[in-house]
Design a protein around this ligand. Structure first.
Ligand code: GDP
Length: 440
């Protein structure tokens, strides 16, 4: 995410690192580079200029009273300003109605349907809500099917009416249905067009007026750069929406949309989409995003994602197994699945401070576990629970079955063995001893 911008900002800020103090000259030089980096990332020119002016004023004003070195001070000022620009504190969504109605708007392909599913899944698991998804695209039957697929995937009911050709009527029927059936949140996925046009705006505006949603969200593809900002403006002029959803931040977006949208429409970015999976949704925190843009990592989000996937019951079972020496390949496979649920590997690594830059050129993808999974899938249940059974001829069979080599099978067995030993040690006195050592 934002690799290019992060790199350029890093280089720009590096200029100041060698200097003993802040002067007009080195600040101007640094900020010129910062501005160029922002414009290259598709931040609109005026926004970039205001940005650097603000930072400059603050930098020169703080000259004497700071304990920070000039390079550090500049990083801090740029970070604060980025945070401010992207919206200050995180803002949630309004769930006050019963049902609370959330209307999705945006162009076709922006990720509305995917995000509707992600949001339903998020509200169901995090806020223990009972959402209803509503398919309001009366032009593309495939769009209705797509929402049903999403709904099935996350176990959320989908309301659709293929006979009804009026989206206002569909929304109203859906809300009535939700009331009768105990759904306390209604998420309405609407039809988009490839570009802003009057018919689409009128349609969404009619739905908006008729159902008076608690929350109107505008979904936009962050890869579309400055266009994203223009589209946001057009939708906001018509709908006066409550918040922005920025999707596809996992791609190689240049980041300009994230940075400029808030300042142009003056509406907060509320969530971001970071992948095609239903779990790839994050609450948008401007300050964490600024950290990520500056390559400072985002440990807080990383820990939160890990916690979301952490199942206490499972963890206890696992501990028991380890203690009894029963940890097998099935458990291992399970663990891999947990890690994969946390999202795209490259993204996860990007959240670790410093790691994003260091590992940028290494090709890590979601297939990182592919071989391991294939090898485990080629083992018999007995082999999985008692890996010591795996002799040379079994290794050859497993290699063949999984399309890997005996060397790869050996590697995995060795890793597994080391891991089991380590877990055993942590379980026994080792873990406690380690804690004591850390406490001093
Ligand atoms: P809609 O036309 O606005 O409903 O858009 P869709 O939800 O159908 O999304 C269009 C395409 O973008 C689909 O292929 C989605 O899988 C993909 N997509 C949506 N959100 C994300 C995201 O956050 N990251 C990535 N990589 N792809 C996404």
């Amino acid at each position: 995410m934002f690799d290019n911008l992060s790199d350029k900002l890093d280089k720009a800020l590096h200029v100041l690192k060698g200097h003993g103090q802040i002067t007009e000259v080195n600040v101007a030089e640094t900020l010129k580079e910062v501005r160029r980096a922002l414009v290259d990332a598709d931040v609109n020119f005026k926004t970039a200029k205001n940005f650097t002016n603000e930072v400059k004023e603050k930098a020169l004003g703080q000259n004497v009273l700071t304990a920070l070195k000039p390079g550090e001070l500049m990083v801090k000022l740029v970070k604060d300003e980025l945070t401010e620009l992207m919206g200050g504190d995180a803002e949630g969504i309004n769930l006050s109605g019963n049902p609370s109605v959330i209307l999705m708007s945006g162009l076709q392909g922006s990720g509305k349907t995917t995000f509707s599913g992600k949001l339903a899944n998020y509200l169901k698991t995090k806020k223990t809500k009972n959402p209803l998804l509503v398919a309001c695209d009366v032009y593309r039957p495939a769009a209705i099917d797509q929402l049903h697929v999403v709904g099935d995937q996350i176990g959320v009911e989908v309301f659709s009416d293929r006979e009804e050709k009026n989206p206002v009527a569909i929304s109203q029927k859906a809300i009535a249905y939700a009331k009768e059936n105990g759904h306390n949140v209604v998420i309405i996925d609407t039809a988009g067009r490839l570009a802003v046009d009057e018919a689409m705006m009128n349609e969404i505006s009619d739905i908006h007026k008729a159902i008076e949603p608690q929350e109107t969200l505008f979904v936009v593809d962050s890869m579309t750069g400055q266009d994203a900002v223009n589209t946001a403006k057009a939708f906001n002029d018509t709908l006066n929406f409550d918040g922005v959803i920025l999707t596809k931040l996992d791609g190689d977006t240049r980041g300009g949309a994230a940075i400029s949208i808030k300042s142009v429409v003056n509406k907060p970015i509320k969530f971001i989409g970071t992948g095609e999976k239903m779990e790839a949704i994050d609450v948008f925190y401007p300050s964490r995003m600024a950290d990520r843009i500056l390559g400072m990592g985002d440990v807080v989000s990383l820990v939160e994602r890990a916690q979301e996937q952490y199942d206490e019951e499972e963890a206890r079972k696992l501990q028991k197994k380890i203690a009894k020496n029963q940890f097998g390949f099935d458990d291992f496979l399970n663990q891999i699945q947990q890690v994969k649920k946390m999202g795209n590997m490259k993204d996860l690594i990007g959240m670790i401070p410093g790691a994003g830059k260091a590992m940028k050129d290494i090709d890590i993808d979601d297939d990182a576990f592919k071989h391991i999974e294939a090898i485990i899938h080629s083992m018999t249940p007995e082999e999985r629970s008692t890996p010591s059974l795996i002799n040379a001829s079994r290794k050859r069979r497993i290699g063949k079955g999984s399309g890997t080599s005996v060397t790869q099978v050996n590697q995995l067995l060795k890793q597994f063995d080391q891991m089991s030993k380590m877990m055993k040690m942590m379980q026994g006195g080792g873990g406690k001893k380690m804690m004591q050592m850390m406490r001093g």
